[in-house]
Design a binder for this molecule. Sequence first.
Ligand SMILES: Nc1ncnc2c1ncn2[C@@H]1O[C@H](COP(=O)(O)OP(=O)(O)O)[C@@H](O)[C@H]1O
Ligand SMILES: [Mg+2]
Length: 182
Amino acid sequence: MPELSLNILDMAENSFSAGAVSIEIIIDENLSQDLLSITVKDDGKGMDRSTIQKVTAPFYSGKKGKSWGLGIPFLKQTADLCNGNLTISSTPGSGTVITMSAQLSHIDRPPLGALSDTIVTLAAGHSDKDISLIIRRDEKFYEFKTQVIRKELEGVRLSDPDILKFIETDIKQGIKNMELVP
Ligand SMILES: Nc1ncnc2c1ncn2[C@@H]1O[C@H](COP(=O)(O)OP(=O)(O)O)[C@@H](O)[C@H]1O
Ligand SMILES: [Mg+2]
């Protein structure tokens, strides 16, 4: 996958498939340590230890009727290639935290890509769920929460085109203000 935002989309879709009602996406750019880390936290059904071991192997999928899965193996491959790693910690019944890290300046590190598109896609497809995006870049901080929008615009659906446009604009502006490394 050429863009990390697509990996994030896949991780978040995994979370929703696991029954999550609330997910948190945390992107941390640490320039002094030359480190990028991406975390997706959810409150889904979790994985037991043997599943965690299996999911990083290519072609494992826990989904019924689907005999392959490449999302997590690709993510691990990208992390390994870029001097980073992939960690999965999960508690069956309460949730999962998956973190991938990479050397920010590594020549093979894929760009973050269209992060706003990823969040818009998630909000459109899971408009009843809580989605948080947190971006840190050294001391700068940006946060977007569907919970806040839902509270402010009572009765409005997240999947409303005007709301999706608003989300897209807000995230694009937030990212621009932080001058993220592309
Ligand atoms: N956040 C998560 N919570 C619970 N199970 C997960 C989570 N992420 C991944 N999994 C498990 O790992 C499997 C492999 O994921 P992935 O590599 O993305 O392939 P796919 O989504 O195509 O099945 C999933 O089918 C699921 O069983
Ligand atoms: Mg997947």
